[in-house]
Design a protein around this ligand. Structure first.
Ligand code: ADP
Length: 207
C-alpha cells in the first residue's frame, strides 16, 4: 500500500488538505490527534507523565496540562527530552496499530499520515513512500493562525521559529500543494494527486 507523509507549517492547511483526501477515499492517520488522545484523561501517557513530572503536570480533569508542560519544557530542555521519551513511542505504537488495521482492511487506495513535524523528527521520512508538503507564504500562515486560534502575530512567529523553514520542507518533498489560493484551487490539486497516488498504488500492487 502506498503510504504518504503529509506535512507543512502551522496554519498551512494540513488538516484541510487531509480532509479533502479523506473525502476522496484515502485512509488518514493524524499523529497530532493521537498525541491528544494519549494525553487526554485516562490516556496511555498519563501514568508515566505523573511518574516523571509529578501530579502538577495534570489539569483537574486528569488530562495533561499542555500550558504547564509547555512552560516547563521552555525553561528546561531536559524536560522536553523526557516528555518526548514518553509520548513519541506511544504515538508510534498507536500509529503502527492503526496502520496495520488499515493495511489489512484493504479498503483504501492509499494511506496518508498527517505529521506536523515530519521534517524535524527525522525518523518519519524513512517510514513513508512519499512526502507531500502543503506550502504557502509565511504571511498566509500567520493570518490563518491569528484567525483560527486568536494568537498574536508574535505568538505565531515564535511557533514558526521552532518549526522547519519552508525551504527545509520543500527540500524533502516529492509532491507540493500550493495553498495560497482558494479552496477550489486546493481541491483541483488534491484531485490531481489523488489520481497520481491511485496510479502508484496500482503499480505497486501488480509489481
Ligand atoms: P494546519 O492543520 O496546517 O495547521 P488548517 O488546515 O487548520 O492548518 O488551516 C488553517 C486555517 O486556515 C483553518 O482555519 C482553515 O480552515 C483555513 N484555511 C486553510 N486553507 C485555506 C484556503 N485555501 N482558503 C481559506 N482558508 C483556508
Amino acid at each position: 500500500m502506498l503510504e504518504i507523509g503529509l506535512t507543512g507549517g502551522i496554519g498551512s492547511g494540513k488538516t484541510r488538505v487531509a480532509d479533502m483526501f479523506a473525502a476522496r477515499g484515502a485512509a488518514l492517520i493524524d499523529t497530532d490527534l493521537i498525541a491528544h488522545e494519549i494525553t487526554a484523561p485516562g490516556g496511555a501517557a498519563i501514568a508515566p507523565l505523573v511518574d516523571a513530572f509529578g501530579p502538577g503536570c495534570l489539569r483537574p480533569d486528569g488530562a495533561m496540562d499542555r500550558d504547564a508542560m509547555r512552560a516547563r519544557v521552555f525553561s528546561d530542555p531536559t524536560a522536553k527530552t523526557r516528555l518526548e521519551g514518553i509520548t513519541h513511542p506511544l504515538i508510534r505504537q498507536v500509529t503502527e496499530t492503526r496502520a496495520g488495521a488499515i493495511r489489512k482492511s484493504g479498503q483504501h487506495p492509499y494511506l496518508i499520515y498527517v505529521v506536523p513535524l515530519l521534517v524535524e523528527s527525522g525518523t518519519w521520512h524513512a517510514r513513508v513512500g512519499r512526502v507531500l508538503v502543503v506550502d504557502c507564504q509565511e504571511e498566509t500562515q500567520i493570518a490563518r493562525v491569528i484567525a483560527r486560534n486568536g494568537f498574536t502575530r508574535d505568538q505565531v512567529l515564535a511557533i514558526m521559529r521552532r518549526q522547519a523553514t519552508r525551504a527545509e520542507r520543500l527540500a524533502v518533498a516529492n509532491d507540493v500543494i500550493d495553498n495560497d489560493g482558494s479552496p477550489e484551487a486546493l481541491d483541483a490539486q488534491v484531485a490531481r494527486l489523488d489520481a497520481l497516488y491511485r496510479s502508484l498504488t496500482d503499480t505497486s500492487a501488480t509489481a
